[in-house]
Write a protein that binds this ligand. Structure first.
Ligand SMILES: Nc1ncnc2c1ncn2[C@@H]1O[C@H](COP(=O)(O)OP(=O)(O)O)[C@@H](O)[C@H]1O
Ligand SMILES: CC(=O)N[C@@H](CCC(=O)OP(=O)(O)O)C(=O)O
Length: 298
């Protein structure tokens, strides 16, 4: 059906307003951490997939790193396997690692790949094991030994941190028309699998590819002040102050830490945005206002 003249003018106006952003970001790489709420609702899923396809078509290179904590939790429940977290990391024994690998590398990764492809893109899914994309080492977590009243390293199993990202594999894909979709599983020197927090992987991938932006989709409207207002623009020093005075805590802490590390290691800006808003990624890239918190170097 043809658009009426007014609507057609509005469409032309919106497209034309996107021009400066397309000019600024074409040829640049943007790493997007996708997870949480944005992955559980059909409309949000398809708006995310369309955003990735559109970005690619206007010359931006999107790289998707996904989570899937709730999906791992669901399958563990169905299998009657208990799961708990230390410092925001899932304690991962061998049995849990098998489930993590099945859910992240199989179910969630392939769902995102086919979602993007069904909207006209060409996405390819990888775990950190494919092409040795994410080399990992065991993560050492400090805890308190109450009996001896001193800190000690707690063994949380097959949980890793990123040692190195093989950018050759990513370059191969981004220089073609392919959108890489990465599951946060790392590989150790002996070929073992490591379960890695998806925010950490997104941050390290963004650093390794010198991304223009790291975008972390989450379930709040952005980084908030003590009186619950979204803080729209912050420098690294301001973020450090908010960590020190306790304004940032819980699940936001690891997210913010990897955003900070990213901007301090070459990524131009990091964005914490609301994954519950349709087309959140597009709004963040193609408008000045954005939809969350922008963190930049000092
Ligand atoms: N200053 C803050 N601003 C916003 N959220 C915060 C802040 N401090 C702590 N949080 C908490 O961090 C949560 C986001 O982290 P998390 O639940 O781990 O996100 P995700 O599941 O998207 O990775 C928010 O829902 C909120 O409860
Ligand atoms: C070590 C660790 O905790 N790994 C995460 C990996 C998935 C993830 O990070 O998913 P979200 O981003 O959706 O939370 C986990 O097992 O849940």
């Amino acid at each position: 059906m043809a658009l009426d003249r007014n609507t057609a003018m509005q469409v032309a106006d919106v497209l034309s307003k996107g021009l400066p952003y397309i000019q600024r970001f074409t040829g640049k790489t943007v790493v997007i951490k996708y997870g949480g709420n944005a992955m559980e609702n059909e409309d949000l899923k398809s708006s995310f997939a369309r955003d990735m396809v559109l970005m690619k078509l206007v010359g931006i290179n999107p790289i998707v790193v996904h989570g899937g904590g709730p999906q791992i939790g669901d399958l563990l429940d169905r299998l009657n396997i208990k799961s708990h977290f230390v410092n925001g990391m899932r304690v991962t024994d061998s049995e849990t690692m098998d489930v993590v690998e099945m859910v992240l590398g199989g179910q969630v990764n392939k769902e995102i790949v086919s979602l993007i492809n069904s909207h006209g893109g060409t996405a390819m899914g990888l775990t950190g094991k494919d092409g040795n994309l994410i080399r990992a080492r065991k993560l050492e977590v400090m805890g308190q030994n109450d009996e001896l009243n001193r800190p000690e390293i707690i063994d949380i199993g097959h949980v890793g941190e990123v040692e190195q990202v093989n950018t050759k594999v990513i370059d191969m894909l981004t220089h073609s028309d392919v959108i890489p979709v990465i599951a946060p599983i790392g590989v150790g020197p002996d070929g073992a699998s490591y379960n890695i927090n998806a925010d950490l992987v997104a941050g390290k991938v963004a650093e390794a590819v010198n991304a223009e932006k790291l975008i972390l989709l989450t379930n709040v409207s952005g980084l908030k002040s003590r009186d619950d207002k979204v803080l729209t623009g912050l420098t690294a020093t301001q973020v450090n102050d908010l960590i020190e005075d306790g304004t940032i805590h819980g699940g936001m802490l690891p997210k913010i830490r990897c955003a900070l590390s990213a901007v301090e290691n070459g990524v131009r800006t990091a964005h914490i945005i609301d994954g519950r808003v349709a087309h959140a990624t597009l709004l963040e890239i193609f408008t000045d206002e954005g939809v969350g918190t922008l963190i930049s170097r000092d």
